[in-house]
Design a protein around this ligand. Structure first.
Ligand SMILES: Nc1ncnc2c1ncn2[C@@H]1O[C@H](COP(=O)(O)OP(=O)(O)OP(=O)(O)O)[C@@H](O)[C@H]1O
Ligand SMILES: [Mg+2]
Length: 1045
């Protein structure tokens, strides 16, 4: 609210539109009041008036930048930052190219204002490495251009001596991309001449003060300014200005912009050459022909110049002292007089410097230019030399003031005339405001048919003697009655005596005051000619930069066409500039100079009043007051604000005007604030627009959130769909891939198996054809041969076929061991089989008996080995031969198994009695030898067991079953000489008869059953046993001892 209060402050309103009463005095008073309060900025609507404080104020801090960043123009204290912010936002948000027109007298603060605007835009635009670099380059172009293009004048210690228009280019986000600088007519006459109290261009002083000893030596310069003719040989320190520090800052700036060290050196070399040219002294002499001629008075300086630029001294000397003239198709070298020589020298110096300055601007442009193809928005900042009125005003002042006149015209056109015309065009009720239109002055100067510049050109091109007198006469004739033109002649004609108007002058009533111009030098400066010999000499130099500045010096490209005049060039470049400015949205900063003495905070009312008048500020306020702050075509207006109305958002079906009416009605904006033109809507106060803009911003935030929401939703949805699709594709591919791999694996395996099987089959089929099978075959063959030899050898050396023979040849090789053993056993079994096959039945029976005996007795009874040698005869009695045994023979019949003589032991006494024993297949018969009659007959089934001793005796106890008749008398105790045979045969007979063998006990103790009970028989080995057989001794009733060997 403080700012708004400040705008409404009745004593010193911030916006002069609110001034009441509105008079010149009140306006001046207000400005003064504000100035005294250090409020140097004041508005007229959106035009900023800036009064130079000539002291630094604490109102350009980063905090102030923040305060004005995105502020509303009318909501904060008037400030240059506010207009910069307004322009920048309009460029960024509304896509409108901007231009900032800074006007005012020399020293009013234009250059400072342009720098403040640039630094503000740089501070608020976005940051980033690339953007910062661009910003730095743009900002650093100022110190460089100021060093070469600014100078101290009477009016301003840092006066711009060239016009500068800088287009800063931005991308769609409002980030600076780069820029283009255009320069307008450098005041180059300053190089060779300047009035006392002024200085040449800063760079010379900076170079001499700040250049290191080494650099100065390299450039062949002396540190003392007084040494140089062009510097007026006077001390030139400026109070409060440190030339040396500025030189360093300038060098740093060049580095930042991107100048290479070589480029900087070349630039300084050319600068040094300009300075040194001023010291080239000429002296007069006479040629042999008697013609006056000039020559170099002292060649030191010339030699140094030539060393610096790589040129032959004589070439430059000749170019400076003579001139080639074309006379009847012949080139003739004519000598120059001393003044002509100096003229040529100075022209060269001016040309070198002004071309160097153009080169400098182009070089900076190369660094800051934006790459083609990018879409850009442009903010142009115009800082041109201010309106100047000197004691002696020449061609330069005429040009400078013409330019200012044009700028004033733009201002008038756009803010006063255009605005009023627009109200009428749009059918808005309007009371016209009177104002001064300076078109008439512009026309006086620039009219292509009869303007001053056209006349000057005509005079320059006219053949014959040309001088300023004829030019002035022409002007006097042409503009004899012109309201804004006067000269001594026109005054005389009007019978007015004006001592302030000297003869060689004309006066123009500019919008900003009357300026008297001295025509001396107009033609020369307008022609801006340089002797061709000089440009050719420069082109001949080896110094690349210098050479490049004089392309016309190339003898190949000699052109007889005169170059366009300086006035013509300037006029056309100003026309281009105007066109450019008209295409952009203008923002005005009108600088006012408060005093002539550059004194801090001194306000000279008369001086300011004059500026208020010529700047047309009062008219400006009037038009502004009566008019509307804002206007826009219905279409764009509706497009911009339609989101504020429920009926107009999102689409309005009707006409644009209707839409705007509906919208503003809905927004309840007071009717007096609005005017509906034919094509545009007009809004009276900025506050209403501010309110609209605020509401729009709030609404935009809401809509942006909505769009973000929808967009995020949509993005997630599409992302999800994409992921889903991708997932399906991936899994399909993956499955396919896995299956393919599996299939490949299977195929590979199948192929391997196939290959092996086929290989195996083929190898098998072709094995014999291959060497690889040879070893196996050989081994097999050898093996077979060995086996064959072994077998054949065996056959030949078969061991005896006797079954008893156990001999068998050992295997000749270890691998045949198993087979040999097997053969041995087969052979053995075969021998036995053969043996068995040739046996007779008797012999077989005998052997079976022997076998049976061995099973029964082997290793069990000592008698057995002795029996081995005995043949089992069976029939020891000779029953068949001996008739005595006829009866017994009859008993035995054909079933006889054995017939032998045994002894029977009496169990009661232990004595033995002989008996005959017959064993048939069915029974056992005992008979008395003498009677040869069966005494006892036992069925074989009655015998249930037998007992024998371990020893080699013939004792046998036959255990009989009690139940049987034969067994009634108890067991039989027999002694036989053929015990082994007897028991064996008995066993066999029992097997045959009862299918069960004899239960044989081989024991030392057994009991026998007797008629009077059992008798325990104990076998005792004793020496006392008789050689005939065992001796049985009865020991009591129940015991019997049998002594055996
Ligand atoms: N805003 C300001 N604050 C402090 N001093 C200022 C301000 N504006 C200008 N000055 C002072 O005024 C001097 C002249 O200003 P500046 O060079 O901008 O004038 P100009 O209008 O560009 O003049 P010319 O037309 O001669 O180039 C500056 O050197 C500076 O000392
Ligand atoms: Mg300036």
């Amino acid at each position: 609210m403080e700012a708004t209060n400040s705008l409404l402050d009745t004593a010193a309103v911030g916006d002069l539109v609110l001034l009441d009463p509105l008079t010149e005095e009140s306006l001046l008073r207000t400005l003064q009041e504000r100035f005294q309060r250090s409020d140097i900025y004041t508005y007229i609507g959106n035009v900023v008036i800036s009064v130079n404080p000539y002291r630094s104020l604490p109102i350009y801090t980063p905090e102030t930048v923040q305060e004005y960043h995105n502020c509303n123009f009318f909501a904060v204290k008037p400030h240059i930052y506010a207009i910069a912010d307004d322009a920048y936002r309009s460029l960024r948000d509304r896509d409108r190219d901007q231009c900032i027109l800074i006007t005012g007298e020399s020293g009013a603060g234009k250059t400072e204002a342009s720098k403040l605007v640039m630094s503000y835009v740089a501070a608020v635009s976005s940051k980033g490495e690339e953007v910062d670099k661009v910003k730095e380059q743009l900002l650093q172009s100022n110190p460089v251009l100021e060093a070469f293009g600014n100078a101290k004048t009477i009016r301003n210690d840092n006066s711009s001596r060239f016009g500068k228009y800088m287009d800063v280019e931005f991308d769609f986000k409002g980030e600076p991309l780069g820029g283009v600088i255009s320069n307008y007519l450098l005041e180059k006459s300053r190089i060779v001449r300047h009035v006392k109290g002024e200085r040449n261009f800063h760079i010379f002083y900076q170079l001499l003060a700040g250049g290191s000893a080494q650099l100065l030596q390299q450039l062949k310069l002396r540190q003392d300014c007084r040494h140089y003719g062009y510097l007026n040989r006077e001390r030139s320190n400026l109070p409060g200005v440190d030339d040396a520090a500025n030189f360093r800052a300038m060098q740093d700036a060049m580095r930042v912009i991107g100048f290479s060290p070589e480029e900087v050196t070349a630039l300084l070399e050319v600068t040094a050459v300009v300075l040194k040219l001023g010291n080239v002294e000429l002296s007069s002499g006479y040629q042999a022909s008697g013609m006056e001629a000039c020559s170099i008075a002292e060649s030191q300086e010339l030699r140094e110049i030539c060393e610096l630029i790589g040129l032959d001294t004589s070439t430059l000397e000749q170019a400076l002292c003579s001139r080639t003239v074309k006379a009847r198709d012949e080139m003739v070298l004519t000598t120059l007089t001393v003044p002509q020589g100096y003229y040529g020298r100075d022209a060269l110096a001016k040309n070198i410097y002004s071309r160097l300055f153009d080169w400098l601007v182009n070089r900076i442009n190369t660094s800051i230019q934006v790459k083609p193809g990018k879409q850009r928005k442009v903010m142009g900042v115009l800082d041109i030399y201010g309106f100047e009125i000197f004691q002696d005003n020449g061609f330069e002042q005429f040009i400078i003031n013409y330019c200012n006149e044009k700028l004033q015209q733009i201002f008038i056109l756009m803010t006063l005339k255009e605005e009023q015309e627009e109200y009428i065009r749009e059918g808005i009720r309007w009371t016209p405001v009177e104002f001064f239109d300076n078109s008439i002055i512009c026309n006086l100067i620039e009219n292509s048919k009869g303007g001053i510049l056209a006349m000057l050109d005509e005079e320059c091109l006219r053949p014959g003697v040309v001088n300023e007198d004829t030019f002035l006469t022409k002007l006097n004739q042409l503009f004899a009655t012109h309201k804004h033109y006067e000269s001594r002649e026109t005054q005389n004609a009007r019978h007015v005596m004006d001592a302030s108007l000297p003869p060689q002058c004309f006066r123009i009533h500019h919008y900003a005051g009357k300026v008297t111009y001295n025509v001396t030098g107009f033609i020369e400066k307008n022609n801006d000619l340089l002797f061709r010999d000089l440009s050719q000499a420069m082109w001949a130099a080896r110094h690349t930069l210098l050479r490049s500045l004089f392309p016309e010096g190339d003898p190949q490209k000699v052109s007889l066409k005169l170059p366009p005049t300086a006035g013509f060039q300037f006029k056309s470049s100003v026309a281009t500039l105007m066109k450019n400015l008209y295409s952009k949205n203008p923002n005005y900063i009108r600088c006012i100079k408060p005093n002539e003495t550059k004194t801090a905070m001194l306000f000279t009312p008369e001086l300011v009043l004059a500026q208020i008048r010529y700047l047309g500020l009062l008219e400006n306020v009037r038009v502004r007051r009566a008019g509307y702050a804002f206007r826009q075509l219905y279409g764009p207006f509706l497009e911009r604000y339609k989101m504020l109305g429920t009926r107009t958002w999102p689409r309005w079906a009707g006409g644009n005007r209707d839409g705007v009416e509906v919208l503003l009605e809905e927004l309840a904006i007071p009717a007096e604030e609005l005017a509906f033109g034919h094509t545009k809507i007009f809004i009276r106060s900025p506050c209403t627009l501010f309110d609209l803009e605020k509401r729009r911003q709030e609404r935009v935030v809401q809509l942006a959130t909505l769009i973000q929401k929808m967009f995020r939703g949509w993005r997630c949805w599409t992302q999800y769909q994409l992921m889903r699709k991708s997932q399906i594709v991936i899994s399909a591919w993956f499955r396919g891939h896995a299956q393919k791999n599996r299939y490949k694996q299977m195929k590979r395996s199948a192929l391997i198996i196939q290959a092996y099987a086929r290989g195996w089959k083929v190898r098998r089929a072709y094995r014999r054809f291959f060497r690889s099978g040879a070893s196996a075959r050989l081994a097999n063959f050898i093996y077979r041969r060995l086996v064959q030899r072994f077998l054949v050898g065996l056959e030949r050396n078969l061991p005896p076929l006797s079954v008893m023979d156990q001999t068998w040849p050992p295997a000749p090789y270890k691998f045949l061991d198993d087979a040999n053993q097997e053969l041995r056993s087969i052979f053995c079994r075969w021998k036995c089989k053969k043996y068995r096959e040739q046996l007779t039945p008797q012999r077989r029976a005998l052997l079976q008996a022997k076998l049976c005996a061995s099973e029964l007795f082997k290793d069990k009874k000592a008698l057995y080995p002795k029996s081995l040698a005995q043949p089992f005869c069976g029939e020891y009695l000779g029953l068949a031969q001996n008739p005595k045994y006829q009866k017994l023979h009859a008993v035995a019949k054909d079933n006889l198994v054995m017939a032998d003589a045994v002894r029977k032991v009496n169990k009661a006494s232990g004595k033995t009695v002989p008996r005959l024993l017959l064993l048939t297949t069915e029974r056992l018969v005992l008979a008395e030898p003498r009677a040869a009659q069966p005494k006892a007959t036992l069925s074989l089934g009655d015998i249930h067991g037998a007992s024998v001793t371990r020893f080699s005796d013939g004792l046998l106890a036959l255990h009989l079953r009690e139940s049987t008749t034969g067994g009634a008398k108890g067991d039989l105790l027999l002694v036989s000489d053929h015990l082994i045979e007897l028991v064996t045969r008995l066993h066999q007979a029992l097997l045959g008869a009862t299918a069960r063998g004899l239960a044989l006990h081989i024991t030392d103790r057994f009991s026998t059953r007797g008629p009077k009970g059992d008798v325990d028989v104990t076998v005792v080995e004793s020496e006392r046993a008789g050689s005939e057989g065992p001796v049985c001794k009865k020991r009591g009733n129940r015991r019997m001892e049998v002594l055996v060997h």
